[in-house]
Design a protein around this ligand. Sequence first.
Ligand code: DGY
Length: 320
Amino acid sequence: MNKPRILITRKLPDAVEQRAVRDYDAILNPQDQLLLRAQILERSQDAVGIVACHTETFDAVMIAALPNTVKVIANVSTGTDHVDLKAAAARGIVVTNTPGVLADATAEIALLLLLGAARRASEGERLVRAGEWSTWSPTFMLGTQVSGKRAGIIGMGGVGQATARFLRGLDMELHYHNRRQLPPEREQGATYHATLDTLLPLCDFVLLHCPATPETRHLINRDTIAQLPDGAIIVNVARGSVVDEADLIAALRSGKLAAAGLDVFENEPQINPEFATLDNVFLLPHLGSATRETRDAMGFLALDNLAAVLAGQAAPNRVN
Ligand code: DGY
């Protein structure tokens, strides 16, 4: 019997691709080219499913153009802002994501950014590498102490909760904003704020963990930054669209914000070049879930979701 055809848009870890090839007539992308829309359409002819990443956009036009054979878009990501979920549902295409398995890896990057931004890690590293480190003095490269300070987590899903767990190790006082208050066993002592208005004035550090939706677009902007204490630090491992980058850059330049740690940007990978001119921003290239363990787990979970849909069962992580 012929195996069902699937398209895998990007190069996935070897073990994940081996399972895909075992079970499907899988069209792979060994060179890991970023596929154009036309290439996705051409390669998905006769495919029953597409295993995709956030680097491909499935807007309404793209969804409408997909072959009728496609029943599922199984994303190797938690974020699904690159897919028009309603348009997919209207065509009977199930969309799935990979929550849960990437929480710790992404929280590790949030912690790295928080510490790196507060303690001027990339600035210091650049200095040492450039051979420009000439002295030690009691006032040399002073940063912001993290331990004991107040952190405000915006978005208390799996990643936000994992970050909270790590921040407790730094004796931070935790506050959070979320669509819904968590039960006490998940809050673990963190204080819930129903609105940003009560949360932001308390935050020495703000950590963004919310999904990218029309409601969270430019949630961090001139007005919300103004509500923060002077010298606050912002960390973003969610999506670039959650931050108005021009307003963030202005606040980093003026000193209103001491620093920022950013793993995600509005226009990846062509980020706003002004970021690179600022010493007080710690930049990473969207590495949140980029560990071998986590990328394996994400790939396998995407295949689990795909298999469930194709078997006519409820997908573990259906989002539409
Ligand atoms: C996610 O899971 O959303 C990561 O950002 C990778 O796409």
